[in-house]
Design a protein around this ligand. Structure first.
Ligand SMILES: C[C@@H]1O/C(=N\OC(=O)Nc2ccccc2)[C@@H](O)[C@H](O)[C@@H]1O
Length: 474
């Protein structure tokens, strides 16, 4: 198999432009990337067109909400169990208080739909091991809580009913499982960890059987040696899940290759279906993503995923989040905004505000985002170009209005401007001024804008340098 696999890989290599990052000479890898370049199937095309997602971190950690017995935890709220001031036994007993009486999945789905999210990622089980579904393989689940009922099922149904796809976040790290090991130091460790891997495979199989409409998994907690040094298991697991549920979308965070390389294998090739390392950070330029599909996940505060009663530091405004979404689409990636519901099942005011403000923006400008991708134009200071995938339509999303009141638009060679319109009224004044080869100025109406605004360019590939607009009167 190894020889055949490598022969195939070498054939593919020569068939593909080396668009990826620094490719080292091709080591014969059994558990490295099995595909060169992006997936081209319909499921991946759907994921790629969606662009805006909603992440939800919800679990027992929402009960303490970053505080315990009068003390404030400065770390990420969903990590409070690891805080030295938190008696782990007391955390582990929080399941006895899990009773989200105000949990309304239909309302969650409605507000996500209004915001314009096309997919949602829900924490089925975070590092603490508490399962939001009544798992057959663990007692540490909603079934043991006062709530008793399945949380995940009604959520999947409510979101799917709104046409929103659902992805399941699943932490490999499981602090509740006695067989979990961060590292394998003794033969006893290896025996326990073997049992743990069976448990992981069983839970993932159970999740796919219970929730067959989900589109993929969002794996996390795969940085420990135990997992990193077992590339063959993560490879087999990914292939097993794909066989069980063809078309499943799984990011680069699941696997390691046989040399312990993660996200990118030891030949520098992306493993999984998209680059999943952009967490609370985004690529700056096209070269940073090497033509790979990718997704950025973002918290509204600096680093809180689960509910934290006290948000400290910088809280991102809707305009900041909108600009990150636009930047992600302009670089051919998806952008997922995280929300941390309270233990009663409601969302905090700041999060509701952001969903409502983003909703207003997306209702006017969503056409620039959905199906958007890298336009291949040189970046300009005023903002971002987004190409409607596969067309000559290029959106300009203006985030920084120049004091000159005019936007410089430099098109690639042999590209001319056929038409210019704005998605809102009273943005552009007059017709664009052709000032040189493929370069135009678009004059703005001096309105004070309080949010990014969008101009649509219809371009055409043209060997001549003429344009739909007469030459500027010199
Ligand atoms: C989405 C976040 O994912 C996590 N951790 O992410 C990472 O470890 N990210 C990471 C690590 C190394 C390189 C790049 C990203 C979790 O610990 C956290 O509670 C949250 O669920």
């Amino acid at each position: 198999r190894t020889i055949a696999a490598n022969a195939l890989l070498l054939l593919q290599l020569h068939g593909h432009a080396q668009t990826n990052q620094s490719i080292r000479d091709t080591l014969p890898l059994e558990h490295g990337a099995h595909r060169i370049g992006n997936r081209t199937d319909a499921d991946m095309a759907r994921w790629r067109s969606q662009r805006l997602g909603q992440f939800i971190h919800w679990g027992l950690y929402a009960i303490p909400g970053g505080e315990w017995k009068g003390k404030t935890y400065n770390g990420a709220a969903e990590w409070i169990r690891s805080w030295k001031e938190m008696p782990q036994q007391e955390y582990d007993n929080l399941y006895k208080q899990f009773n989200p009486v105000n949990y309304q999945p239909e309302e969650w789905a409605q507000q996500a739909n209004d915001m314009g999210a096309k997919y949602m990622i829900i924490t089925t089980k975070h590092h603490d091991g508490f399962c939001l579904w009544p798992s057959k393989y663990s007692k540490y689940s909603v079934a043991a809580s006062p709530w008793k009922k399945d949380i995940i099922g009604p959520m999947v149904d409510a979101y799917n009913k709104k046409g929103i796809d659902v992805y399941l976040y699943f932490s490999i790290i499981d602090w509740n499982q006695p067989d979990w090991r961060a590292a394998l130091k003794t033969p006893a460790d290896s025996i326990a960890y073997q049992r743990f891997k069976v448990f992981v495979k069983n839970q993932l199989t159970e999740l796919l059987q219970r929730y067959p409409t989900v589109k993929g998994f969002w794996f996390d907690g795969t940085w420990d040696d135990s997992w990193k040094n077992d590339g063959s298991f993560s490879d087999e697991l990914e292939q097993y899940l794909q066989r069980l549920h063809p078309g499943l979308i799984i990011g680069s965070r699941l696997r390691a290759d046989e040399k312990g390389a993660r996200h990118f294998d030891s030949n520098g090739r992306l493993m999984g279906d998209y680059e999943q390392g952009w967490e609370r950070k985004l690529p700056e330029k096209s070269a940073d993503v090497h033509g790979n599909d990718w997704e950025g996940v973002m918290t509204i505060p600096e680093n809180q995923w689960g509910y934290n009663a006290r948000w400290a530091g910088h809280i991102k405004s809707s305009n900041e989040l909108i600009e990150m979404l636009v930047k992600s689409a302009s670089l051919g990636g998806n952008f997922v905004i995280n929300f941390g519901p309270k233990s009663d099942g409601t969302f905090r005011t700041e999060e509701v505000q952001r969903m409502q403000e983003i909703s207003r923006w997306m209702k006017i400008n969503g056409s620039a985002i959905y199906g958007g991708t890298d336009a291949g134009f040189a970046k300009q200071d005023w903002g971002y170009y987004i190409r409607k995938s596969g067309t000559d339509s290029v959106y300009m999303v203006v985030c920084n209005v120049p004091v000159s009141g005019q936007l410089r638009v430099k098109l690639p060679a042999q590209t001319t401007l056929v038409n210019v319109t704005s998605l809102e009224k009273n943005i552009i004044s007059g017709t664009p001024e052709l000032i040189g080869k493929n370069e135009y100025f678009i004059h703005l109406d001096h309105k004070n804008q309080d949010a990014p605004f969008v101009i649509l360019l219809q371009t055409s590939k043209d060997s001549r340098d003429n344009s739909g607009f007469e030459k500027a009167k010199t």
